[in-house]
Design a protein around this ligand. Structure first.
Ligand code: OAD
Length: 247
């Protein structure tokens, strides 16, 4: 497995990429790091908000116990995210959707920065912080542009609403992983960008692509459990490396 310590794209990868018919990209928190979004495992220890570890305040149990506290935490996060902009990695990925016959972008991020860069049809494994979901009728509500004056209850049925994100202790939204796995199994080139690749089932997607014969490339400043099975590893920042694919 060659490791590209400096930021260059090998001739072999350039060739694979430029002739690919089907490209599959999995992104994680690292793709948004250069926009100013903290990664989950960047600080080495678990984050805490108002004395509550993220795994507690962002949990299914907390939705049942104290939904207003969950909203307070997600309102705070949306408020921070509102000021952030997509970076050159998001921009490059948005351009690639019209470059290949088949292009699939799957993200574990909930920050909405891929859409903000212009990506369409993003498969969101963990939901989106800019959406709410009714606990009764499941209707989704777009929270963009309503500042923190989100509707207190579902506009449809008056039921309680919650953030439309996957919390600790919850399953992924039905069908989204299956769709991603199907597309992973059909790609020629699979790029894994900015994920620690330890959270399943997302981390299984590059494995599925590899097993089906795809050329798998990791872009991450750090090595991960996935690195050893990749055809190439580019140890660099997403915002610096992805634009190089276009040169
Ligand atoms: P992590 O925080 O686990 O990993 C972020 C990865 O990004 C690390 O491997 C970093 O080395 C890498 N990284 C940092 N800066 C980077 C940069 N500029 N360019 C490229 N890579 C960079 O985040 P995820 O792997 O996304 O789930 O975490 C997966 C899931 O764990 C999250 O979606 C979340 C969490 O529990 C849920 O909330 C359901």
């Amino acid at each position: 497995m060659p490791i590209e310590a400096c930021h260059t794209i090998s001739e072999r990868l350039r060739q694979r990429f430029s002739t690919a018919r089907s490209v599959f990209v999995l992104t994680g928190a690292g793709v948004s790091a250069e926009s100013g979004v903290p990664t989950f495992r960047g600080g080495g220890k678990e984050g805490v908000w108002k004395g509550l570890p993220f795994s507690v305040i962002s949990s299914a149990a907390m939705v049942e116990r104290d939904l207003p506290a969950v909203w307070e935490w997600f309102d705070y996060r949306r408020d921070l995210l509102e000021k952030l902009k997509p970076n050159p990695a998001h921009d490059a990925l948005a351009r690639w959707q019209s470059r290949f016959e088949n292009f699939t972008l799957v993200t574990q991020n909930i920050d909405g920065l891929h859409e903000a860069a212009g990506s369409n049809d993003v498969l969101e494994l963990h939901g989106n912080i800019w959406r709410a979901r009714c606990l009764e009728c499941e209707k989704r509500e777009d929270l963009r542009g309503c500042d923190n004056a989100r509707p207190p209850v579902c506009q449809e049925c008056g039921g309680a609403i919650r953030p439309d994100v996957v919390l600790f202790g919850e399953m992924l939204p039905p069908g989204v992983f299956e769709e991603a796995a199907e597309r992973a199994s059909q790609c020629d080139v699979c790029l894994v960008v900015g994920t620690s690749a330890i959270v399943y089932p997302a981390a299984a997607l590059p494995e599925i692509a590899r097993a089906a014969g795809a050329f798998v490339v990791e872009i991450n400043p750090e090595l991960t459990p996935l690195s050893a099975m990749c055809d190439e590893v580019i140890q660099g920042k997403a915002g610096e490396v992805l634009p190089l694919f276009e040169i």
